[in-house]
Design a protein around this ligand. Sequence first.
Ligand code: MEV
Length: 385
Amino acid sequence: MTHDTRIPGFHRLSPEQRRETVFGANPTVSDLFRTGGWDPSTSARWVEDVLGPMALPFSVAPNFVINGTPQWVPMVTEEPSVVAAAAHGAKLAAGRGGFFAQAGDAVATAQLQLQVTDPVTSWRLIEERSAELLALLAPLDPALIAHGGGPLQLECGGVFEDELIVHLHIATADAMGANVANTFAEALAPHLEGLTGGAVIGRILTNAFPRRLTRVRADFDVASLAHGDFSGALMADRILRLARWAERDPLRAVTHNKGILNGLLAVTAATANDTRAVAMAAAAHACGPDGLRSLSRWTRSGDGLTLSGELSLPLPLGTVGGLTVAHPLVRHVLEAIGLTSAARLCETTAACGLANHLAALRALAGEGIQAGHMALHRRKAGTDQ
Ligand code: MEV
């Protein structure tokens, strides 16, 4: 198995050669990719009314260096040029040390909607007893506690007429956290009712994940951004103008952010995580009072030599629970490429989002995205010569 993922000509290898580069000679991997990890005796039970599997291409993007360590990045996407864009963005970032990322604490938040005659007094009662209430929940998930997670805090999430919204924050360790948040919220509900005399209506996770931010930053050598007739300096200037456009115009911000989600969701899908949760968390984070805003920030150093990009967004991803461990292909790939902690997975996913974003902005600022994109579309259709 290779550790440095900067392999010249990786994109020209056959799928078999790529697998050998990433995993070494490994018959288990060959078998898993032949079946796509589908096991007729168990996979049909993953969801309901199954007819059979549907194959999508599973790729790994090379060139990523994240917090000083090389990383293969698994991606599943139907869109041509997204994997090439990630690899290209990562290569440009590697020239300046790669991506510097930090996954914040893994925290999920559940909300409980309590109908009660006096919401303010009810909140005081709950707050006074919060340590006791949290202690009741911990034994429900001993595995979570053993891995350093558990219920953290109760918070007032708002008062609406005769309703009190209670927030329950939970440390989720390596899990995405939806199941444990919903289990804890449902278990907490009767205790809140007993304490306040109210009735809990809704009790469910918020997919906004307001306490689960991942940050990533990368510097790019401005000279390396040169493209066709455009100098690196002109490209940096045009990228900054694109970034400013997205900051001012919600319609442009949607597409600008979509270039980030191209990377985020491809990694989310390849790791069998919940793509809808990641998409909604990102959208919620990007929402400002006047509509959608850019998820990224771009700046140029005073000497003009460095362009820096930053992303910060909630990433609800896990490496335990759900299909991430039940899917043999996903489990094997994650173990083999060292993506076994939720923190590293969040950092890698954010880095991929930023790599895709830079590559999209660079194409847009240069000759436009269609030249490269359409060549890849033709290759997909088998009509290129
Ligand atoms: C296409 O999948 C993504 C882009 O539209 C992103 C952008 O406009 O910044 C190229």
